[in-house]
Ligand binder design. Structure first.
Ligand code: CU
Ligand code: ZN
Length: 201
């Protein structure tokens, strides 16, 4: 005999969906506090002056070298000193560029002039200029320039308005004639990343 057992099980499931009603989202927007945070992170030289150093690296075909020292002598007043050699005699455009990257052979990796507020290129004492427009340095007949430049508006603080920490200083082949947009100062002959001394070993 053959018996076929069939089992039918009918399960009736009652699904209960429990949807929690969303709590009202309280509008905690931190956008307006962000600027203040950056302000607070701007260190005002507690216990001493902030200093940084840029070691200049020659671009391809250039033999320019040197080391520049940066000292924030007052809040957002930076004194740049040092000696640069290997230049052609005469004036050479001298700028802070936005990217602290001197890796490309032509120095173009440093990007454009540091200019958080925008505006036109110009002389550092002109009414309108980029924050990174530092004018010219002057090399003697032997191609040596003694740098003694004040950069106003910039800061060596690691963050905050006008911070040039981790940006680049660039020296050009020709004179900066202060015409917009970049002063016709030609190729980049040396580039150095501005690095805070306190971060060095
Ligand atoms: Cu430049
Ligand atoms: Zn400029």
């Amino acid at each position: 005999m053959k018996s076929i057992l069939r089992s039918h099980r009918v399960s009736v499931l009652t699904a209960l969906l429990c949807i929690a009603s969303p709590l009202p989202v309280s509008g905690q927007m931190h956008g307006h506090e962000h600027m203040n945070m950056q302000e607070q992170l701007h260190v005002h030289g507690h216990g001493g002056m902030i200093t940084s150093t840029a070691i200049l690296v020659a671009t391809s075909g250039s033999s320019v070298s040197g080391t520049l020292k940066f000292r924030e002598i007052e809040d957002r007043i930076v004194h740049i000193t040092g000696t640069v050699t290997g230049l052609t005699p005469g004036k050479h455009g001298f700028h802070i560029h936005v990217n602290g990257n001197c890796d490309s052979p032509d120095g173009m990796s440093a990007g454009g002039h540091f200019s958080p507020a925008g505006g036109k290129h110009g002389a550092p004492d002109a009414k309108e200029h980029h924050m990174g427009d530092l004018g010219n340095i002057v090399a003697d007949a032997g191609g040596r320039a003694n740098v003694d430049v004040i950069a106003a508006g910039v800061s060596l603080a690691l963050m905050g308005p006008g911070s040039i920490d981790g940006r680049a200083i660039v020296i050009h082949a020709k004179e900066d004639d202060f015409s917009d947009p970049v002063g016709n100062s030609g190729a980049r002959v040396a580039c150095g990343v501005i690095e805070a001394d306190m971060m060095r070993m």
